[in-house]
Design a protein around this ligand. Structure first.
Ligand code: F6R
Length: 610
């Protein structure tokens, strides 16, 4: 999704601006641009495609290179095609105001018509372009740029993080947010603004997170914040960024995706550290301490999330119901927010999100705000919006996930959900001790799956010619099948579906023939025999079969074309080993097809719009 970075300094800002944009590349984008002011003269340079191209153009511009104030943007097209004209920054007609924006201005058409009636001319298809023109309009009556900016903000509906420059106040960046992340970095004789900490982490760890309806004016000496709805000054609360640059480095891996899949064993360790201890009958979840008493009265849990986080939630449903005996319902956040369903104060909402910035998941949390529902988060990105708007939560501690496809975050989310299920069981489940013991040895089991990467690569080469795939499983293997299908489709663009194995006869079996392979997850469980029957039904229709089974299952070979063995583990921890194998399979399929595995087409890392 779109990314913002802005810097005001006493030395050239161009290189750090471009570096900031490069560190936002992982979010997915199709064009990029910067606007800087040098000696009251604006320079606005935009490019379709890689930031590298923008870099070349900007660094050859001597005027731009001398600028000590600037804003930059990576755009992921929502309104209008990815073209230079639609790229940000956008400006007013006299080129005195420059704006970059993340989010969506929902009432931009109405504003555009009003401004057109006032004689304003628009050149792009974007919603963003209304902002500089609207500020320009208010500048005709307001005394200062800040006042005109605030008047414009009052008119905007939707979600936004905005950074703006005005050539007549060339020492200030004006920023504001509503439902879209924005943070201010405090430096030494320079200050920064960014939509994502990764863009400024090289310069400072001291940050102020802007809240909804807050705007700020940044110079190289000061940061002044005020709430434009309540019209009050805000005293900036500086926090220290918890972001490990080392962990985000590629090392010897060819891409972030493979690195992050190989991070999986460590991810389980990090998500369990200090929380799970073999031999102890308590799970220590510090983030839930302050709601310990409320949790005693919870009799229903609703989990809301999107994509891979939603599938982790489905695993969580099985875990919490089986281990803690509490009813759980998992909902797609994008559906949940528009549903009219009854809530009671004894319901807890768990929002799951790697980025902590997913617009639909944030909306789901906001929806229950007036019901007295306990709002919990399972979030990876520390300090993100979801971590701040929930009452309590458990961090995943998976470290930065830069590849667009979520892999290690799924592993961390499922580990945390296992811990929450154990914690809610108050040590009363017969599964408590076996699970606690298993979690401590699980990283080694995942390491052994990673050791099969070469075999899985061979398998992927054989299967990459197919155009359709079905993934199926029962029980805990069912959400894994959904995750396996999602990962395959997003990384390879091959059509893939995930199904509960028991549903095959209710429709999907009709698709099976020699050109339609099935990936069956049939790890040891009470339902393995039933899954074997489903495999036979597919075999009888000539469908190629890859089976993922537990080590020691010798009979499976006679039923299937290819087999991936994973170490034996408890049924409840199988998703952690199974998902790692599925992630590797999707990875090698994508590599066999020559895909850009870190940045699949059309996708963005953090989906901050509906
Ligand atoms: C799939 C993927 C997405 C995300 C989804 C939610 O590999 O990455 O489906 O899982 O966009 O994102 P978060 O977890 O950041 O809320």
């Amino acid at each position: 999704m779109c990314g913002i970075v802005g810097i005001v300094s006493n030395k050239s800002v161009v290189k750090p601006l471009i570096d900031g944009l490069k560190s936002l590349e992982y979010r997915g984008y199709d064009s990029a641009g910067v606007a800087v002011i040098n000696d009251h003269q604006p320079i606005n340079i935009k490019q379709v495609g890689r930031v590298e191209l923008l870099d070349q153009e900007v660094t050859h511009n001597d005027e731009a290179m001398n600028a000590i104030i600037g804003i930059g943007h990576t755009r992921w097209a929502t309104h209008g095609a990815p073209t230079t004209i639609n790229a940000h920054p956008h400006s007013n007609s006299s080129n005195t105001i420059f704006v970059v924006h993340n989010g969506i201005i929902e009432n931009f058409k109405e504003i555009k018509i009003l401004l057109e009636n006032e004689g304003y001319k628009f050149i792009s298809d974007t919603d963003t372009e209304v902002i500089p023109h609207l500020i320009d309009y208010y500048l005709k009556t307001e005394k200062t740029f800040k006042q005109a900016f605030t008047r414009a903000l009052d008119d905007l509906h939707g979600a936004y993080a905005i950074a703006a420059l005005y050539t007549k106040t060339p020492d200030s960046i004006y920023v504001a947010r509503l439902s879209s992340p924005l943070l201010i970095g405090i430096g030494n004789k320079e200050n920064y603004v960014a939509s994502d900490a990764s863009a400024i982490i090289n310069h400072t760890k001291q940050v102020v997170y802007l809240k909804d309806y807050e705007m700020a004016v940044l110079t190289n000496k000061s940061v002044k914040i005020h709430n434009f709805k309540r019209k009050t000054e805000i005293i900036p609360k500086t926090e220290e960024l918890d972001f490990d640059l080392e962990k985000a480095k590629l090392g010897n891996f060819p891409n972030y995706l493979l690195k992050e899949i190989f991070d999986s064993p460590e991810t389980v360790r990090l998500a369990s550290a200090g929380r799970v201890r073999s031999g102890s009958n308590i799970i220590k979840l510090g983030g839930l301490e302050n709601v310990k008493e409320q949790l005693k009265y919870i009799d229903r849990i609703v989990i809301a999330a999107c994509g891979t986080s939603y599938y982790a939630g489905l695993v969580g449903e099985y875990l919490i119901e089986e281990i803690a005996g509490l009813p759980v319902e998992v909902q797609l956040a994008s559906e949940f927010k528009y549903r009219s369903e009854p809530f009671s104060r004894s319901t807890a909402l768990i929002a799951i999100s790697q980025s902590g910035e997913t617009a639909d998941t944030i909306a789901a949390i906001k929806k229950v705000e007036n019901y007295g529902v306990l709002k919990l988060g399972i979030v990876n990105a520390i300090g993100s919006t979801i971590s701040r708007i929930t009452d309590a939560g458990v961090y995943c501690h998976a470290g930065p996930e830069l590849s667009v496809a979520s892999t290690k975050a799924f592993i961390a989310q499922v580990t945390v959900l296992t811990e929450i299920a154990l914690s809610l069981s108050n040590g009363n489940s017969p599964l408590f001790k076996p699970l606690v013991d298993e979690l401590s040895i699980l990283p080694e089991k995942i390491v052994s799956i990673l050791g099969q990467s070469k075999n899985i690569e061979q398998l992927a080469k054989k299967y990459s010619k197919y155009k359709d795939f079905i993934f199926m499983g029962r029980g805990y293997a069912y959400p894994c099948a959904l995750e396996g299908a999602l990962k395959l489709k997003e990384l390879t663009y091959i059509h893939a579906e995930g199904y509960a194995a028991g549903e095959m006869k209710h429709g999907p079996l009709a698709m099976i023939d020699a050109n339609f392979p099935t990936f069956v997850i049939a790890t040891d469980s009470t339902m393995t025999d039933k899954t074997l029957s489903n495999i036979s039904e597919i075999k009888a229709r000539g469908g190629p079969i890859i089976a993922l089974v537990s080590e020691g299952n010798k009979s499976i070979k006679s039923y299937t074309d290819d087999v991936i063995y994973v170490p034996k583990t408890l049924e409840q921890t199988q998703p952690l080993v199974v998902a790692t194998a599925l992630h590797l399979f999707a990875y090698h399929m994508a590599m066999a097809l020559g895909r850009n595995v870190d940045r699949p087409r059309n996708l963005a890392k953090s989906v901050t719009v509906e």
